[in-house]
Write a protein that binds this ligand. Structure first.
Ligand code: FPP
Length: 250
């Protein structure tokens, strides 16, 4: 693990980076090891990207740790992943606090057992006052769940007479979507060589730049992160406009 960081080109850093951490299972299998060894090795990469984001003053980092669909994996793998989350939350939380990192879990945590739900609440509470990097961990999360959940909350307000049906629009909906209080995702990275979004932050990534890395997640470190943010810095973000409007706004 290198401590140095190569300054990205032009110095344009994303404010919010999201990562689909893919390739743990293949990493382990390539070494004849059980898949869970890959998940454990992936925790090292989590530490590394947290450190890099802090060094580069990224405001928010969102990691896809467990999707709504991951429950359908073999029962043993799901059980070991839950155990890993418990351990990671216990072991890493002090370091996160010391590093001024605020942890938030996004997703339907009611799907987890009581002990894990309590540990999640404790971990969030421990770092609640931290005002450095915001680390969002998506657990039992799905982009469609997020949108449906927001719609349900909005409908409740309409039903209670607190929201006029004519005020149901993108801006109102946005208020109920996960991480509404954070900058929109600027850069979405997926490791492991696959090129799809897999029901991750579908609302929040509307204008995100996408970067697909061939590296398996346990191999994702300084060089791969730098490649992703360098690539981001070279992109022209148009948000629906034409290139000339972006380069010459007046
Ligand atoms: C996807 O790889 C990875 C996961 C489903 C789990 C990722 C979880 C961690 C790295 C632990 C981090 C924990 C916290 C609390 C941040 P995969 O199994 O789909 O890999 P494959 O495509 O090679 O099968």
């Amino acid at each position: 693990m290198s401590e140095s960081f190569t300054t990205p080109v032009e110095g344009i850093m994303p404010r919010h980076i999201a990562i689909i951490m893919d390739g743990n299972g293949r990493w382990a299998e390539a070494q004849g090891q059980p898949r869970v060894i890959g998940h454990r090795a992936g925790v090292k990469s989590v530490r590394e990207v947290v450190r890099l984001c802090r060094e580069q003053n990224v405001e928010a980092l969102t990691l896809f740790a467990f999707s709504s669909e991951n429950w359908s994996r073999p029962a043993r793998e799901v059980q070991l992943l839950m155990r890993l989350f418990m351990t990671v939350l216990r072991r890493e939380i002090k370091l996160l606090k010391k590093s001024n990192v605020r942890l938030r879990i996004i997703g339907d945590i009611s799907g987890f057992d009581d002990k894990l739900q309590q540990r999640i609440r404790d971990a969030e509470q421990t770092t609640a006052e931290c005002d450095g990097l915001l680390l969002n961990v998506a657990a039992n999360y799905g982009g469609r769940w997020d949108i449906a959940n927001a719609a349900q909350k909005m409908c409740q307000l309409v039903q209670q007479g607190e929201l006029d049906i004519n005020d149901v629009n993108e801006q109102t909906m946005q208020r109920f979507i996960c991480m509404a209080d954070q900058p929109e995702v600027d850069l979405l990275i997926r490791t492991g060589g696959e090129q799809r979004i897999s029901n991750f932050l579908m609302w929040q990534c509307a204008y995100a730049e996408l970067f697909f890395s061939e590296a398996l997640w346990p191999d994702f470190a300084d060089a791969e992160f730098t490649e992703a943010v360098d690539c981001f810095a070279r992109r022209q973000r148009r948000f629906g406009l034409i290139g000339a409007q972006v380069t010459n706004p007046n």
